[in-house]
Design a protein around this ligand. Structure first.
Ligand code: GLA
Length: 382
């Protein structure tokens, strides 16, 4: 009896080993890597393609950690690329829209390119009128990141690392940044951001993908239905800097608490919409709890049936309706991107937080570990 039990145990053990082994081998299938041109100083850029078992594909380039393409199915199973971008490096080197890019050190604006930290005043580049936008002139979107295929049981995963030297674009402290893109078998593109510093600094990392769930270049996004799980937003001044107030969305075109077409109220006679040339504002997420993933937004595109859900650990999200797109960018596959041809849901800490003590803090100190996750999850409704 004992022997038989042992034999069974040994058999079970070996089959477990085999299945674990083959499962891991499947999950660890190598990503496709291809050359994607060169940076302005001649360094090679690579394109990594992450793929899941449903045929969903995400293309990430090492320049700017940019999401170059994202192919997801519609209600009939037909795939389309749902993010805006360029076919080659020429486009990205001239880009002013931050298509698909990783943004840092500080996503969104810092008023007058100035803030105080530890009693010292720091100046960062003014690259957006009198304000600093998206980390300055040479933000993380224009850096070459080091890539490693770190596929795990969760699916294909690409780790990107970048070390931002102390003083880069005016920010103190050497910041070591790691971003992991994972494409899960549940059709999610998960982005894990981490960072550490050797001196006190400010950090606000995000991704600047422009989505069009009907397919990139397939018209404007005005019919997309948006739900934003936010009851307040941060009104802005003429330079799109928050005035400091957390205003209720109630009774305003900023109330997306129930699904509403992005274009339904965009042209209303509203001062905040005029300042933004449409929506270009930060919403305060109701379910935010530090370190926990919560549903921030849902978008539904009626023609394709595609649904995008955005989950994040961040307290805010910048909903931007591509107001500055003007048809001059030569997009992928010969597509032209006119105004409102894409929308962004940039998960973030609030704009200009270093100058607003009442906003959640963006300060990172030595010994602390910055970690935040955002998930873009795709599905369909019939
Ligand atoms: C962010 C800003 C916008 C614009 C875009 C890039 O979304 O809030 O005002 O600068 O980036 O064009």
């Amino acid at each position: 009896m004992k022997l038989r039990a042992l034999a069974i145990a040994a058999f079970l053990f070996s089959t477990t080993l085999v299945s674990v082994g083959s499962g891991a081998a499947e999950a660890k299938s190598k990503m496709n890597v291809q050359p994607f041109g060169k940076t302005s100083d001649g360094q090679p850029v690579e394109l990594y393609t992450l793929k899941n078992k449903n045929g969903v594909e995400a293309g990430i380039i090492t320049y700017g950690g940019i999401v170059n393409f994202l192919k997801v199915p519609d209600h009939a199973g037909k795939f389309a690329d749902v993010v805006l971008g360029y076919d080659g490096m020429d486009g990205y080197l001239q880009d002013k829209s931050y298509f698909g890019a990783l943004i840092g050190r500080y996503g969104n604006r810092i008023a007058k390119g100035e803030y105080k930290l530890g009693g010292k005043t720091y100046n960062v580049p003014k690259n957006n009128g009198e304000n600093s936008l998206h980390g300055g002139i040479h933000g993380f979107n224009s850096k070459l990141w080091t890539a490693h295929d770190v596929a795990g049981s969760d699916g294909h995963a690409l780790e990107l690392t970048y070390v931002s030297k102390a003083g880069e674009e005016g920010y103190p402290g050497t910041l070591s940044v790691k971003v992991v893109y994972t494409l899960t078998n549940s059709n999610e593109l998960k982005i894990d951001y981490s960072a550490t510093t050797d001196a006190e600094t400010v950090v606000n990392l995000t991704n600047h993908s422009y989505f069009n769930l009907a397919g990139q270049g397939e018209g404007d996004i005005l019919q997309h239905q948006l739900t934003l799980h936010a009851d307040r937003y941060t009104p802005v001044d003429a330079g799109l800097i928050p005035i400091g107030e957390l205003a209720s969305v109630k009774g305003t075109p900023f109330d997306f608490q129930t699904a509403t077409a992005m274009g339904a109220r965009i042209a209303q006679d509203n001062d905040q919409l005029k300042l933004g040339k449409g929506y270009d504002h930060n919403w305060v997420l109701v379910a935010h709890e530090k370190g926990k993933l919560a549903l921030a937004a849902e978008v539904y595109e009626p023609r394709s049936g595609r649904v995008l859900q955005v989950l994040t650990m961040e307290p805010g999200v910048q909903f931007y309706t591509g107001n500055f797109l003007d048809g001059t960018a030569h997009g992928k596959a010969g597509k032209v991107y006119n105004q409102r041809y894409g929308f962004c849901l940039e998960t973030q800490h609030f704009p200009d937080s270093p100058n607003h003590p009442n906003f959640p803090s963006t300060v990172l100190k030595p010994g602390q570990h910055y970690h935040t996750t955002t998930v873009y999850k795709f599905s369909v409704k019939p």
